[in-house]
Design a protein around this ligand. Structure first.
Ligand SMILES: Nc1ncnc2c1ncn2[C@@H]1O[C@H](COP(=O)(O)OP(=O)(O)OP(=O)(O)O)[C@@H](O)[C@H]1O
Ligand SMILES: [Mg+2]
Length: 223
């Protein structure tokens, strides 16, 4: 097993008026490449906080973070955002599609900054769209698509960039059964293709899709 993430001594406090709220207390977490991990903790226990820490967006009061053999504990925000942008995608983070642009162009857009020839970009984008069952919508505009189809365009955009890891914080919340099954099947497929997936959920049915399960016990993560 190859390690993708090693997080140690994570401690996160929030200041609320005069009080300090201890959200995460000395948590350790190891995630291996190709893992499909589900985190099922009680409400308010700090799941989203932990997700944002893994995503390098929230910097805890204390941590040591090694991502893909690279110690990032002391890196600056712009370095962190580069690593984040290249390697980690947060599901439903980037729902901001451009209204007048066709689906295929939206997916090609982030690749424009990568010195890839246009024909190659189109090929990568089409492959990503096929993966989310949207190849036939390539020339449609976002307003011609359903909510879940639009979400898939944004997933395809992320897939075109080929991130190593996908994070999902309650991705199925408030969705109908058919849609959440589609989301979970898609995540399973991506995991089979080698993507590492970390998922937060409240629901047993969703948790069942993961290969590994993390529960909270005395504020310590057990692998
Ligand atoms: N910016 C903030 N300032 C102060 N307290 C915060 C802040 N963000 C989160 N908290 C507190 O930290 C605790 C954990 O919040 P977090 O959102 O990480 O939990 P969660 O496990 O994701 O909850 P949920 O199950 O409701 O999604 C909560 O008590 C919350 O009130
Ligand atoms: Mg949350």
């Amino acid at each position: 097993m190859i390690m993708l993430i090693k997080l140690e001594w994570i401690k996160k406090d929030y200041k609320m008026w005069e009080n300090i709220v201890h959200v995460l207390k000395w948590i350790d977490l190891v995630i291996y490449k190709w893992d499909f991990v589900s985190i099922m903790w009680p409400s308010w226990s700090g799941k989203s906080t932990l997700m944002n820490i893994i995503w390098m967006l929230d910097i805890p009061s204390n941590w040591k973070y090694i991502f893909d053999w690279n110690e990032i504990t002391w890196k600056r925000e712009d370095d962190l955002s580069k690593i984040r942008g290249k390697s980690i995608w947060f599901i439903f983070q980037s729902y901001n599609l451009i209204s007048r642009m066709s689906v295929i162009k939206q997916v090609m857009l982030p690749l424009a900054y990568q010195w890839i020839a246009k024909s190659k970009r189109e090929k990568i984008a089409l492959e990503a769209l096929a993966k989310v069952w949207l190849a036939d919508k390539r020339d449609n505009k976002p307003n011609e698509l359903s909510w879940w189809q639009q979400q898939r365009v944004s997933i395809a955009r992320a897939l075109a960039l080929n991130p190593a890891m996908i994070l999902a914080d309650e991705p199925t919340w408030a969705l109908d059964t058919k849609t959440w099954e589609d989301i979970m099947n898609l995540l399973t497929e991506l995991n089979n293709e080698g993507k590492t997936i970390v998922l937060i959920t409240h629901e047993k049915d969703i948790d069942a899709y993961a290969k590994k399960h993390i529960f909270i016990k005395d504020w310590l993560i057990l692998n």
